[in-house]
Ligand binder design. Structure first.
Ligand code: IMP
Length: 425
């Protein structure tokens, strides 16, 4: 009963879609367990490029059942638009399962995400403005509306009334905005309900049965370890738990149901939005990484901040997620450099930190300690076996492996499905 968790080890955008694609052939269910349409998975299947935000990548494979689990926050308008686009491209979207316990992103969540970011000014988090944080906040304070509420107009209306009363006070009195109109929202959401009803399911027993039947279930994380609400670089994080432990709560399985935990890491490091980033590169090197790695966000189009591989963060992610293996993506991007930096530790007030610092003051102010590794100038995009890689690239991967303490099972060398070097994964 293999349950496989796929988690990002950095600040997101590590190329998780590529790894789903590698494993898809032998996967029966692909379950999203947290986040919402703040995510962006780019995936190339049979030469076609897809950018998915909310729908699990499993939708692209005829034999896979995609599941949106209870831990996800769902903007129904975005979901329906994504399904329509996929249907137009010939994908069977009828098989999508949507947990009735997932929470809904409501119009006031979008509005609140925008106005709070504006109010924070230079302290803003740089959110994706998709209403993620406010929707999770309502879930925690127990005034959220869930997908199953769409199936009962009376309950939907009663819950909306409670939530909207408070939200309209906030919007009008604190933020000086216009109030939102209950009948308008109700009409809009009950229209979505008509189309979503066929997808709404009690997903927990479906996932459990698949595991019991010996099927392969992939738990697909969005965002990544350092954006985790509890373990990431708070407050510059997302509002859910992307770490592997989050898959249990967000999908409704126990820890023993997950036996393989694959961490995805870029060969360098990127982050979008605000917050500390110790191994951020100087502007000239960052620009090379942006251009060679096409480092622009799938969801917001923002240019990503770029830096060097951070082994301290790598070790942290390996431990927090109990990784069984690591996949290194975008190794080809580093062909641009004659010398490659790797952050092996941090330094703060003369003290060396091999492990993630215990508090944010240190993390915010620490300096990276770099080791310099020789680069390679060869184009490695057609490498498929480890012997095809120049010795410097092999040694780079070995260095990552030993610094992080986790076996590297694959390295990707380009966006295409076949551009992958199998290192024994
Ligand atoms: P939110 O998830 O929209 O609330 O944004 C909170 C933080 O997480 C911001 O710094 C975002 O840029 C970041 N973030 C959210 N989703 C992703 C993602 O899929 N990739 C990378 N960063 C993300």
């Amino acid at each position: 009963m293999p349950g496989i968790a796929l988690v990002g080890t950095q600040w997101g955008d590590e190329g998780k879609g590529k790894v789903t694609d590698l494993l898809a052939e032998h996967t029966d269910l692909v379950v999203r367990y947290q986040g919402g349409n703040n995510a962006g998975h780019t995936i190339v299947v049979e030469g076609e490029r897809y950018a998915l935000h909310l729908v699990p990548t499993g939708i692209l494979y005829a034999h896979c059942i995609p599941v949106i689990g209870p831990g996800v926050v769902v903007d129904p308008q975005v979901l329906l638009e994504e399904l329509d686009t996929l249907t137009e491209r010939g994908i069977d979207t009828g098989k999508l399962l949507l947990s009735g316990n997932a929470h809904l992103i409501m119009p006031y969540h979008l509005e609140l995400d925008r106005v709070t970011e504006r109010r924070l000014g230079k302290n803003r988090l740089g959110t994706t403005k998709r209403g993620i944080g406010p929707a999770y906040a309502d879930k925690a304070t127990r005034v959220g509306l869930r997908v199953q509420d769409l199936l009962d107009p009376k309950i939907f209306s009663a819950k909306l009334e409670v939530a909207l009363k408070e939200k309209n006070l906030l919007l009008t009195r604190v933020y000086g905005r216009l109030p939102l109109d209950q009948p308008e929202i109700e009409e809009q959401y009950l229209r979505y309900a008509e189309r979503l009803a066929a997808h709404i399911a009690d997903t927990d027993p479906i996932i459990q049965k698949a595991l019991d039947d010996g099927k392969t279930v992939m738990f697909e994380g969005a965002q990544a370890t350092l954006l985790d609400l509890d373990h990431g670089t708070y407050p510059y994080v997302t509002s859910s738990n992307p770490i592997s432990g989050g898959a249990c709560a967000g999908a409704g399985v126990g820890p023993r149901d997950i036996t393989r935990i694959i961490g995805i890491s870029k060969a360098y490091c990127t982050r979008v939005g605000s917050g500390p980033f110790p191994s951020e590169a100087d502007p000239a090197d960052a620009e090379i990484l942006v251009e060679a790695g096409a480092e622009y966000g799938t969801t917001t189009g923002r240019k990503r901040r770029c830096g060097w591989f951070d082994a301290v963060a790598g070790r942290y992610a390996a431990r927090l997620n109990t990784l069984t293996e690591l996949v290194v993506t975008k190794l080809d991007v580093l062909s641009e450099f004659s010398e490659i930096k790797v952050c092996v530790a941090y330094e703060y007030e003369g003290e060396r930190y091999e492990h993630f610092p215990p508090n944010q003051t240190i993390f915010n102010k620490c300096e990276p300690i770099y080791e310099l590794l020789p680069g390679w100038s060869e184009d490695i995009t057609s490498a498929r076996k480890v012997e095809d890689l120049p010795k410097e690239a092999r040694s780079y991967l070995e260095t990552i492996e030993s610094l992080v303490g986790t076996k590297v099972s694959w390295a990707s060398v380009g966006p295409g499905r076949d551009q992958i070097v199998d290192l024994g994964g």
